[in-house]
Design a protein around this ligand. Structure first.
Ligand code: ADP
Length: 869
């Protein structure tokens, strides 16, 4: 660097340097060279060249640079400065600039520093921008921090979330590590989880890019704290539309929500309060009225309350009182309370109310800005009081004993009837103790047993005794006791009692007991009586269950009485009879008709005996069966006699038949011979004899039929025949036998009948014979037949002696003949109708008679057209 030329080159080199460069040539930092950039940085011109730095740039004297340069000169170690501030006077002004620079020692071949080369880049702009950025960031984070807002950022590619500390708090995460999106979902309240997932999906979906703005609940994983969070976010998409970032903020809005909630609750409380609540400004203009208020005062739900004034809800007089007297009395602390008559806006009805006024103050200025009123409708209370009064009156005038005592038994109240029952004046009850007017035994019971029970169960009822305070009479009562408790504390305060005088009831019961005893005695006597009669006597419930049988039964049958009750009696019955007997008994039980039947029953010796059973139902005024009364009569002997009689008849009629047939033949031969001999006189006698033989034959025929019927041997043909044809033949024959009667007929039935023509004809002939026989003074009989679809009905009407009601029922019995004076004038065995009715019965038909005594009878039968089925 010695030569002038070298220096020139050197300077040109430095000048050519793209960055600011200077060369210092000694330890005093003499500026050997500096390019334009460096001079510009210093804010100096060429005049500094050749000067020591301290002299050339005096503002650097108290800054570290000169020292630093000297250190580099001494040590030879390069120094790098990064963004270091230097205060330099540029354009006459001290200005702080920032530089990145290097002080590098230039050394000779011995390693000794001969100069320092200084490169510098002005980074002021960069530093200031950085500073600005960091200040803005600081401000932002300060703002976020003070607003308690957290920030988050989600990387949708790897589903991780970066969260600042605040966010971590809000969501309840402890550490600092990255959080996976799915663990974020764990922190969200189960009810909100889906909502959040959907909103996130919508926000990061390139086709939707919806703004993410959501309020939801989080539940801290560590301590389960529930928070309300307001999250806002935005997703960023690259040029190809793929999401690469999703970031936003989160705020804890729990306080706001809960504050809102409590405000809402308060408002709802006011709105739904049962009492009227309203707010008015100082001029009396209404600002608010709750639902009950509107309802009570008849304000339509949608009416604008602010258009109304107090005068809408008071009578003019009451309004004057409120405005002039009451409002000035409203105290700042305690308001005003009292009864005011409000008025319904619509129906103008006055409503007595317990009203509370308070003054409403501006919370900030403390000035009174309005009045609040709560009002309770007193009408239910007034009504309840009236109700109570009425109730009290009822108790007062009740015919039952009513009293009310304190817990020590001192009577506070007793009603008129109560006083009368125990002989004291209710007005002078003077706390008379209840133990005083109960008998000693009852008092002990009340003290030891009833009061403790009242305390536990609240009530007691049962029998006690009062003592009449004047006569000393012991009065049995049925008492109900109740404990009365304080409304709120539920502490027992009194005992109330109601009692009924039991004397009349007990006397009535005594009378009933006596009657029952007498009745029992009567029953016993009845049973005794029943046991003395020879027949079996029994009774049964309306449903047919036996409830009593006398001792005779046990003596005759093989079962005990106890076993026979109910349906037990069936056990000893002959198996062949059971079905029929039960059927008939059931028929009677159902209809209430008399019951009669015969059956065989095992006796003590193992033999079956025949019994005739008859029972009648005892009925009440409404024809309802109360009880059945029955008797069983042993008819075994009778049955045996009947059997012998039937046997005899069978044998006798059979034995008679042969000789009578012979006699008839002889008589007919004789008659013929006498006629031939011209002995007409004797021939007539013979003919009469033949007539009597005919009668005898007919009687024997009847007897034979009866024996057949009784032994069940009556047999029937079953062939179709022309019923009308049969009728015409019978009528013709019968007409020949009766000269006196004309047999008229109306034969409407014209069809075929299947059955036994002979037997049916026998019945018809029997009815016509009887009609002629029992109407000796009449001159006609009439025969009708009718077609009844499935039946043919035949009736024979006569105008003869007729039958009484009771006889009508019995003419179809075996050997029955109407007794009386006329009996002998009409011969017969009393078998014709019996045989007829048996024939009709066996054909599945029915036979009956209608008759009026002295006027005539009509005998009818009806049989099914097809008897074979
Ligand atoms: P009988 O005629 O042989 O006495 P029935 O059995 O035919 O026997 O009649 C029984 C009783 O019924 C008769 O004794 C009579 O008293 C009464 N009776 C029958 N038919 C008539 C009638 N048409 N009018 C009045 N009584 C009659």
């Amino acid at each position: 660097m010695n030569s002038e030329n070298d220096l020139k080159h050197f300077n040109a080199l430095i000048e050519a340097y793209p960055t600011a460069t200077a060369i210092y040539s000694d330890r005093n930092i003499t500026i050997a060279a500096a390019n334009q950039e460096m001079l510009a940085l210093w804010g100096k011109n060429n005049s500094v060249i050749g000067k020591e730095m301290a002299a050339a740039i005096p503002e650097l004297i108290n800054q570290p640079f000169i020292n630093l340069l000297q250190q580099v000169y001494d040590t030879g170690i390069t120094y790098h400065g990064e963004q270091e501030a230097a205060d330099l006077i540029v354009d006459g002004q001290l200005k702080t600039s920032y530089f990145n620079f290097t002080y590098k020692a230039l050394k000779d071949e011995h390693g000794k520093t001969v100069a320092i080369i200084h490169n510098a880049i002005d980074v002021t702009e960069l530093v200031l921008t950085k500073k600005k950025i960091s200040e803005t960031e600081e401000r932002l984070s300060f703002a976020l921090e003070s607003a308690e807002i957290g920030t988050w950022e989600m990387n949708p590619l790897n589903e991780t979330v970066f969260w600042d500390q605040r966010c971590r708090e809000i969501f309840g995460f402890d550490g600092h590590e990255e959080i996976e999106y799915k663990s974020v979902l764990h922190c969200i309240h189960p009810l909100d989880k889906q909502k959040v997932a959907m909103a996130v999906a919508a926000a990061i979906d390139p086709n939707r890019t919806e703004t993410y703005d959501l309020r939801y609940r989080t539940v801290s994983q560590s301590n389960k704290t529930l928070r309300w969070v307001h999250c806002k976010g935005k997703a960023y998409f690259d040029d190809r539309g793929a999401v690469y970032r999703f970031a936003g903020i989160a705020m804890d809005i729990t306080k706001e929500i809960t504050a809102n909630l409590s405000e809402q609750q308060l408002l709802s409380l006011i709105r739904h309060n049962a009492d009227h609540m309203s707010i008015a400004d100082m001029e009396g203009r209404l600002i608010y009225m709750n639902q009950s208020g509107r309802k009570m005062l008849g304000v339509p739900e949608n009416a604008d309350i602010t258009t109304m004034t107090a005068s809408d809800f008071y009578t003019p007089e009451e309004l004057a009182r409120v405005q002039q007297t009451l409002i000035p009395q409203i105290s700042e602390e305690s308001g005003w309370q009292g009864v005011i008559h409000l008025r319904n806006y619509q129906n103008k009805q006055e409503i007595p109310c317990d009203v509370n006024y308070i003054l409403i103050k501006d919370p900030f200025s403390g000035a009174t800005i309005g009045r609040g009123a709560t009002a309770r409708d007193l009408r239910p209370e007034i009504k309840a009081k009236a109700e109570l009064k009425r109730l009290a009156t009822i108790v007062d005038i009740s015919e039952d004993f009513c009293n009310y005592c304190d817990l020590d038994g001192n009577t506070i109240y007793i009603n008129e009837a109560g006083g009368k029952l125990i002989g004291i004046d209710p007005k002078h009850i003077n706390g008379a103790n209840l133990y005083q007017y109960h008998s000693a035994a009852s008092s002990a019971e009340i003290r030891d047993r009833i009061i403790p029970e009242l305390y536990t169960h609240g009530k007691w009822s049962g029998r006690l005794e009062l003592v009449h305070q004047v006569t000393g009479e012991i009065i049995p009562i049925h008492k109900q006791l109740f404990i009365i408790r304080q409304e709120f504390s539920n502490e027992p305060v009194a005992i109330a009692g109601i009692a009924r005088d039991m004397r009349r009831e007990l006397n009535a019961k005594k009378a009933v007991d006596k009657k029952t005893e007498e009745l029992q005695q009567a029953i016993k006597e009845m049973e005794f009586l029943a046991n003395t009669v020879p027949a079996v006597v029994w009774t049964s419930h309306p449903d047919g269950m036996l409830d009593y049988i006398n001792d005779r039964w046990h003596e005759r049958s093989d079962v005990s009485i106890a076993e026979s009750l109910g349906q037990g009696w069936i056990k000893v019955m002959h198996p062949d009879d059971v079905k029929g007997v039960i059927q008939r008994w059931k028929l009677s039980v159902d209809s209430g008709n008399p019951y009669q039947t015969e059956f065989r029953m095992l006796d003590k010796h193992g033999n079956y005996r025949w019994w005739l059973v008859r029972a009648l139902a005892l009925k009440d005024a409404n024809d309802k069966i109360i009880k059945w009364y029955g008797t069983n009569t042993d008819i075994t002997d009778q049955k045996e006699l009947e059997r012998q009689k039937d046997n005899f008849l069978a044998v006798a009629s059979h034995e008679l038949k042969t000789p009578v047939t012979s006699i008839k033949a002889y008589a007919q031969v004789l008659e013929m011979m006498l006629n031939r001999a011209g002995d007409t006189k004797n021939a007539v006698l013979m003919s009469k004899m033949d007539g009597q033989i005919n009668r005898l034959t007919s009687l024997i025929g009847d007897l034979l039929d009866v024996t057949k019927i009784n032994s069940g041997r009556l047999e029937f043909d079953n062939v179709p025949f022309d019923f009308n044809q049969m009728m015409l033949e019978i009528i013709e024959d019968m007409q020949l036998t009766s000269g006196r009667h004309q047999i008229k007929h109306q034969l409407s039935f014209k069809r075929m009948v299947t059955g036994d023509r002979e037997r049916i004809a026998q019945v018809v002939i029997n009815l016509i014979t009887n009609a002629i026989k029992y109407s000796p003074n009449a001159d006609r009989i009439i025969i009708y037949t009718e077609d009844h679809d499935t039946e043919v009905q035949l009736c024979v009407q006569d105008f003869g002696i007729g039958l009484t009601r009771d006889k009508m029922d019995r003419v179809f019995e075996q050997f029955y003949r109407v007794s009386g004076t006329k009996e002998h004038t009409f011969p017969g065995l009393g078998l014709g109708l019996y045989i007829s009715s048996e024939i009709i019965k066996q054909l599945g038909g029915k036979i009956w008679v209608n008759s009026v005594i002295e006027k005539g009878s009509t005998f009818c039968f009806a049989i099914p057209l097809n008897n074979g089925n």
